[in-house]
Design a protein around this ligand. Sequence first.
Ligand code: NCD
Length: 313
Amino acid sequence: MPRCQRKKSRAGFGKDLISIRDLSKGEVELFLSEAARMEKLLGMPGCELLKGKVVANMFYEPSTRTNMSFQAATKRLGAKIMTFYPTTSSAAKGETLADTIRMIDGYADAIVLRHPLEGAARFAADLSEHPVINAGDGGNQHPTQTLIDLYSIKKLKGKIAGLNVSLLGDLKHARAMRSLLYGLGMFGAKVTLISPPALRMDEDIIEETKRKFGADVSQTASIDLSGCDVLYVCRIQKERFSDPYEAEKMQKEFRVDLELLSSAPKDLAILHPLPKVDEIPPEVDADPRAKYFEQAKNGVPVRMAVLKLCLGV
Ligand code: NCD
């Protein structure tokens, strides 16, 4: 069959990665075990698994870790990366996402896309012949972050099933949290959702996670870390608020500081997708329980695994 007629299926490999909800547990486990292999490869020079491939990075929203770790992963696999900048490309002249994707699909072997609109990655994948990897679509999904989070938890704690994991912060707008709840439910963690009532996670994803996996998920507005194995914090997603003043008010309500941590378990792991703003003050960084920089470092082997499997190599 000519390449242009190739059909991509959503949940396999050599395919798109749009949502963690498209993956079976076996597929997630494959990503995680491939990431562990990639981590070992990182120490060795001259890995050329993706030699000759070209990856396009398209970020319509700010990014440090996702963008840079995809660049690092691409380079460490021997492929080349092209970067699309919305402010200096024809997007600034009004070119549609659809036309831009059709063009870049002709130039690259895979597209990594971050976009403020929910559903943008799925839309792009429907137009593109080449694999599209969702690097975050609005407040919806962030599947590669969830793979990093699951990988990090497993590495730190040796397992995911049965752990007490608390998700704290802006659960309404944070795509990393929405994706992660589903991933944690899939792997049998017990999840406590901690947020102010106005920033609760949408019921649809909670219900789906409970229905599909029989997950143990509870919600509260007060922080109690007794018995907690993993505390996963995220910032208030200011850019998704219609009233910035409201966002600032919320920002002050939830802080994970040394005082709160003084009574928290000694073997707690504190994770955060980063960037952190005011919700974790800098002095927490030196606490041995703060694992978020380690977590960010795992972004490279995990995204190497994503590129390798999505490109079908
Ligand atoms: C997150 C995102 O963009 O959703 N960042 C990331 O990819 N590491 C979290 C955030 O911006 O708060």
